[in-house]
Structure formats: structure tokens, C-alpha cells
Design a protein around this ligand. Structure first.
Ligand code: BTN
Length: 260
């Protein structure tokens, strides 16, 4: 067990494993045992069953990248506002990466992929455990590609901090920096000191640019521009061509950007 010193609670309790099935699954087991301390951080060098969004797997070569999960108890967030969690976590990663690489275009690809230019550098998998209308526990899983420079051909458009900067990064330093960025953004959310949505929007990939989208259910392509996110996190796209409606509003998985 190690300790980070620059936070109040995120990462104060840390467990690092050489190998795990998945840090999110391990976090889930810990929650089921009961009495888990808020802010507990689990990390590993290698996952045998790393989980991505939409039931995908998350690939990461041993010892090269950041693979971690943080357990929070955001019982002040209603289940219907769970997109608030996506927002604060995405912004914490933006904070971390813009500090490290100030000259590079770091963006959030809705709902919560982190891009540098047109390539994905980090993925976030948030699993909420609800109690009635509230979020009782939340597992925030983060995979950040750091020192890996070769990726499987099957991946769409991966990149890493080393690929974009030609530098080597210390994973422990990054982990504690990210813990501190997560804590700052989480406290902003908790204290309602700031509405995070404008900042999330400011950092949104492809916002106000003309792109081709695919409406997954209707199997239909159309052109338009991302204009906004509603309170539940739905993406609002203004249609240019290809749909009768002037605006389309989508949930996660219902739309994708076809041409990047
Ligand atoms: C995505 O599909 O973009 C989300 C990827 C999330 C990967 C991280 S790695 C650490 C944590 N443990 C997991 O099994 N998944 C998340």
C-alpha cells in the first residue's frame, strides 16, 4: 500500500497489483465486501480481462500504461444526473494532459474518450452502483496510453503520450497527478462551486465543425455539427443535410462520427 500526499482522499488508500483481471472488477469486489474507503485507488501493470465501453476489451502492453480505478461514493449525484460524473472525470484528464502537453490539441470525444488530435489516448469506463435514485458507489476506470508505441492493427486510432511527444513518462508520477486532478474536479462537482458543463463543452472534440454522422438505429448518414449536450448527457447535433429534423438528440451508442 502506498500513499499520495497531495490529495485529501483520492489515492490515500492505494493498492497496486502486478497483474489483475481488471481494476474495475477488482474495485467491484472490494465494494461488495463492504466498508470501502472513498477514494480508494487500484492500479495494475497488466490486465488479463481489461474492459472497455460497449463490452469491448481494453488492450495494454504490460508495464507501459496507466491502468487504474478509483472508488467514489457520490451519493449527492442523482442517477438521472450521472453524466456529471463523466464530465468531471473527462475534465480531470484534460487538466492532466494539457499541463503535460500544453501545445497539443487534447479533446474529449463525447461521451468520454480522450483524444489528442484525431487519435484516442485514453478511455474511461464508469460503472455506477445505484441505490434508489442515487449513486451509492461509482467505479471510475481509466486507461491512459503512456509509454506504449506499438498497437494492435485492430484498434481504430490509438496513440500514446510517448508517440505524441517522443518522451518517456513516469507512471507513478502520472498516477498521483491524475489522482489530484480527479479530486479537484470531484470537489468542484460536490461543492457545486462551478458548473462543469461549459468547460466540458469547450473541450469537446469536433464541436461546431461539419462532420458526417451515422444514426445507428436508422442506419443513416447525415452531415451536421455538434452544438450542445443536454443535462442528461445527450449529444445535440444541428443537421445540415440528410435528416428532416433540424436538430438530432442522441444517447451514447445511438450515433457515431463517420468521418473523422
Ligand atoms: C473505453 O472503451 O474507452 C474505456 C476503456 C477503459 C479502460 C480502463 S483500464 C483500467 C480500468 N479497468 C478496466 O477493465 N477498464 C478500465
Amino acid at each position: 500500500m502506498a500513499h499520495t500526499n497531495n490529495t485529501l482522499f483520492i489515492g490515500k488508500v492505494q493498492h497496486h497489483f502486478e497483474q489483475l483481471d481488471s481494476t474495475n472488477s477488482e474495485a467491484h469486489k472490494l465494494i461488495l465486501k463492504g466498508n470501502v474507503i472513498e477514494g480508494t485507488l487500484l492500479s495494475t501493470d497488466f490486465q488479463t480481462g481489461g474492459k472497455g465501453q460497449r463490452g469491448n476489451t481494453w488492450e495494454s502492453t504490460e508495464g507501459l500504461n496507466l491502468l487504474m480505478s478509483v472508488i467514489l461514493k457520490p451519493n449527492f449525484v442523482l442517477a438521472k444526473n450521472q453524466f456529471d460524473i463523466n464530465q468531471f472525470v473527462s475534465l480531470a484528464l484534460i487538466d492532466l494532459l494539457t499541463n503535460l502537453l500544453p501545445k497539443l490539441p487534447v479533446k474529449i470525444k463525447w461521451p468520454n474518450d480522450i483524444y489528442i488530435g484525431h487519435k484516442k489516448v485514453a478511455g474511461i469506463l464508469i460503472q455506477n452502483i445505484l441505490k434508489g435514485a442515487q449513486i451509492n458507489h461509482c467505479i471510475i476506470g481509466i486507461g491512459l496510453n503512456v509509454n506504449q508505441v506499438e498497437f494492435s492493427k485492430d484498434l481504430l486510432n490509438p496513440t500514446s503520450l510517448s508517440l505524441v511527444s517522443k518522451n518517456y513518462f513516469d507512471l507513478k508520477d502520472l498516477r498521483s497527478e491524475l489522482a489530484s486532478d480527479l479530486e479537484k474536479r470531484y470537489l468542484q462537482l460536490k461543492n457545486r462551486s462551478e458548473n462543469l458543463r461549459p468547460e466540458y463543452l469547450d473541450n469537446l472534440y469536433a464541436k461546431d465543425q461539419v462532420k458526417t454522422f451515422e444514426d445507428v438505429q436508422r442506419k443513416k448518414a447525415f452531415s451536421g455539427s455538434i452544438r450542445d449536450i443536454d443535462l442528461s448527457g445527450k449529444l445535440i447535433i444541428e443537421v445540415l443535410e440528410g435528416m428532416d429534423e433540424k436538430f438530432m438528440r442522441y444517447n451514447f451508442k445511438e450515433v457515431r462520427i463517420k468521418q473523422i
